[in-house]
Write a protein that binds this ligand. Structure first.
Ligand code: NAI
Length: 333
């Protein structure tokens, strides 16, 4: 398959895992051409832009972006580039599948849930206002338009993939108007999908039940902030952030990235697990309808995980990122 995609290398562990993933895609015969850009703070220091204009133009041409994590300063500095990209290209549907692998040892088994996170509003609109010296207000935005489309996508996905249940996660007991709107839209749309079981849960109860009885969850849909939190929790159930991929889809553009961040604590040590970015690349191949190549890679990863002799430290092994990459390439059929 001949196709050009845009790649943002990111920072922290970004460049290491990106290099691995591109080599595996090449070895699996994905047949892609890449337009690769460095983005983030280092790029800003060198050339005065966090994302170079040419990188935006590339994404606008290819409409598909494989993005590795980017560091965001905490409590000061520039706005998250991730939030910027999601907003600029209206990548409203953040889809994060969390599935247990029998080969990865965790106390939890048979987890198979898909999180639909609204990706463009909620507290992430970044509207904060100083009211007086000791008071800051942050604005949470929930709109009918954004809520309807993510909720509908979750139901359409459930229907298309034979999923049994869709759960709405919210805090409408406290945020009666904003989360109340999200919940009432969910209840309206649910009536159009009578074959799918539905329920709703308050976010705090959801956190407890995710740990006590995670197998009850199937497809989940929720506003932006809860989706961010629940995704990391879900990654903990299946073996860690190194295993949770995602797609960020809009009407015209698609971006694929690992759920984890730039992991500065292990950057440059060549011990990062590239699986989350690799599975994100598989979601990208599936989006491009190259199902054969995606499943070739998924099979090879499963074989390496099951074999268990070449694993990165986050999965209890001692292998380097590159040794893990080579083990996957060796298992490609
Ligand atoms: P993080 O996800 O980077 O790391 C959390 C923990 O998980 C760390 O101990 C890290 O070593 C580990 N970890 C993460 N990915 C791993 C992998 N592939 N293999 C092995 N271990 C892995 O979260 P943290 O430390 O809170 O954030 C670091 C930076 O990343 C921040 O600047 C944050 O804003 C940014 N970030 C960027 C995201 C993105 O670009 N999409 C998403 C989340 C955070």
């Amino acid at each position: 398959m001949e196709r050009t995609i845009t790649v943002f290398r990111g920072d922290g562990i970004g460049p290491e895992i990106t290099a691995c993933v591109l080599e595996i895609l090449e070895a699996a015969g994905a047949g892609l051409t890449y337009e690769i850009y460095d983005v983030g703070e280092a790029e800003w220091q060198k050339h005065g832009a966090l994302i170079p204009e040419a990188a935006y133009q590339s994404f606008e041409r290819t409409r598909i972006l494989l993005k590795s994590p980017i560091t965001t300063p905490i409590g000061k500095g520039f706005r998250s580039l991730n939030v910027t990209l999601r907003k600029k290209y209206d990548l409203y549907a953040n889809i994060r599948p969390a599935k247990s692998s029998t080969a990865v040892k965790t106390p939890f088994h048979d987890i198979d849930m898909v999180i639909f996170r609204e990706n463009t509003e909620d507290l992430y609109v970044g509207i904060e206002k100083q009211v007086d010296e000791n008071t800051i207000h942050a604005t949470k935005v929930i709109t009918r338009k954004a809520s309807e489309r993510i909720i509908r996508d979750a139901f359409d996905y459930a229907r298309a993939h034979g999923r049994k249940k869709v759960s709405c996660i919210h805090k409408a007991n406290i945020l009666k108007m904003s989360d109340g709107l999200f919940l009432s839209i969910f209840q309206d749309i649910a009536r159009e999908y009578p074959e799918i079981e539905t329920n709703d849960k308050i976010i705090d109860n959801t956190c407890m039940q995710m740990v006590m009885n995670p197998n009850q969850f199937d497809v989940l849909v929720m506003p932006n902030l809860y989706g961010d939190l629940i995704s990391d929790l879900a990654s903990g159930l299946i073996g860690g952030l190194g295993l949770l991929p995602s797609s960020n889809l809009g009407k015209d553009y698609a971006m694929f990235e690992a759920v984890h961040g730039s992991a500065p604590d292990i950057a440059g040590q060549h011990i990062a697990n590239p699986t989350a970015l690799l599975w994100s690349a598989c979601m990208m191949l599936e989006y491009m309808k190259d199902f054969a190549c995606a499943s070739r890679i998924r099979r090879a990863v499963d074989l390496v995980l099951e074999d268990g002799s070449v694993l990165t430290p986050d999965l209890g092994g001692h292998a380097s990122t590159e040794a893990y990459r080579d083990a996957i390439i060796a298992k490609l059929d």
